[in-house]
Design a protein around this ligand. Sequence first.
Ligand code: G3I
Length: 468
Amino acid sequence: MTQQLRRRKARIAATWSGILAGVAAAAAMTTVMAGSAVAATTLGASAAERGRYFGTAVAANKLSDSAYTTILNREFNSVTPENEMKIDATEPNQNQFNYANADRIVQHARSQGMQVRGHTLAWHSQQPGWMQNMSGTALRNAMLNHVTQVATHFRGQVVAWDVVNEAFADGSTGARRDSNLQRTGDDWIEAAFRAARAADPNAKLCYNDYNTDDWTHAKTQAVYRMVQDFKQRGVPIDCVGLQSHMNNQSPYPSNYRTTLSSFAALGVDVQITELDIEGANATWYRNVVNDCLAVARCNGITVWGIRDSDSWRASQTPLLFDNNGNKKPAYDAVLQALNNGVTPTTPPTTTPPTTPPTTPPTTPPTTPPPGTGGCTATVSLNSWTGGFVATVRVTAGASGTNGWRVTMTLPSGATITNAWNTTRSANSGTVNFTNVSYNGRIAAGQSTEFGFQGTGVGTGMTPTCTAS
Ligand code: G3I
C-alpha cells in the first residue's frame, strides 16, 4: 500500500469515527514519536520547524506532469526556476521581455504557498545572442537595464535573487572569470547589486557560485574577500549562495560547516542553492543538512531538481527521488537530519472497517498534543512611498505549536496585495494570518516567517499570536 493511500485511509478512519477530522489532516504532516516529540514527514514541513525552507529547482514544462507536481507540492516550500528567469529566457531580444514561463512557476508556487528564489539576473552564460555580441558601456547598460526590468517585474514575488552567478574562475588564482561582463570593468558585480536593490528593495540579494564549498579553495576565499569588501563599503548584499554540486571531483569537504559559518560571520545569510550529489551519497546529503542546521544564518536548502530524471546530470542519479518518484535512501537521510536525527514513524496501516461500529471507540487516536506554551510574533517593515513589505516572525513557546494564527490590524488605507507562507482572512482592517500546511508545526523556541506586501502605510501594526 502506498504511503499516500495509507494516509488517506487514516483520514477516512478518523472521519468515520467522528473524532477530530481536522487533526487527521495534521497527522498526515507529522507522526507521533516516543514521548511528546513529533517528527515532520515532508522535507518542507521539517525544514520549516527548524526555521528554514527546503526548495527545489522547477522546470515550467514539467508543471503539467502530475507525478512531478505531486512530489513538488507535497515536499517543498521553495522553488527556483531552473532556466526560466535566466537572461536568454526573459530578454530574448533586447528590450523585449518574456516572463510567460517564469510567471507560470511563480503562480504555481504562490498557489501552493511556496516562496520563490530568483535565478539569475547577471551571468556570463545563457546570454541571448544580442547580449553575447555586446561589450563596453553598451553591454554594461544593457545588463543594468536587464537587472532593473526583471527585478521590477518580480518585485514582491521573489524572496531572494541570485543577482550575479558564477563570476569567479576555477583553479588556484582566485581571479574573476573572464567574460564579456567582466571586461566591462571589475565593478560590474556591485553595479548589478545596486540596480537590483533599487528595483526590489525587499528581496534578499545573493552572490551565487559553485566550487565554493571547500573553505581552503582559492575560489572560496576570493568570494569571501569580495563579500567582506562589499559589506565594508556598503554595497547591498544579503546572502551568499553555495551551489554545492558535489561529485568525486568536488566531494563534500569536511570543512563545509566552516565555509558556511565564515560567510555567515560576515553578516550575510547563506543558502545552499543547487544541491545535488553524484550517486546521491546519503552520508554527504546528511552532512550538508546537519552543517546548515548548525549555522543559524544558513536559512535554506534547494536541491537542483526532484527526480533523477529531472536532473541536468541525470546519468549521475544525484537527487532525492528516483525516476519513478520513489524516495531514495538520501531522502530518508535528509529528512532524518532535518528532524534532528529522528526517523518519522510509519503511519498506521490498519484498514478501517467498511461499516461504522455501533459503539464509537472510547480512546481517540493518538494525536500530537496541542501547543500549550503559546506563541509570539514580531513584525518588521520595509517601507517605501506608497507601499511596504511586512515580515512577521512567529516564535513558538515552550510546548511548540501544531498551528498558529497571527492577528493584526492594518492602518486605515493600507491594503494587502500579496502574501506568502500564510493564508489571510482579509486584505484590510483586522486580518487573521493562519499557518499553511508546512509551517504550522514549530518546535519549542523555534521560529518561522511569513510576509505580505501592501499599498499604503504599514507602520504601527501590533501582532498577537495564538497557538493551537
Ligand atoms: O529547451 C531546449 C529545447 O527546446 C532544446 O530542444 C534542447 C536542445 O539542446 O535544449 C533545451 O534547452 C536546454 C535547457 O537546459 C532546458 O533543458 C539547454 O540546451 C541547456 O543548456 C539547459 O541546461 C541548463 C544549464 O543550467 C545551462 O547552463 C540546465 O537545465 C540547468 O540545470 C543548468 O543549471 C545551472 C545553473 O543555472 C547554474 N549553476 C549550474 C547549474 C547546472 O549546470
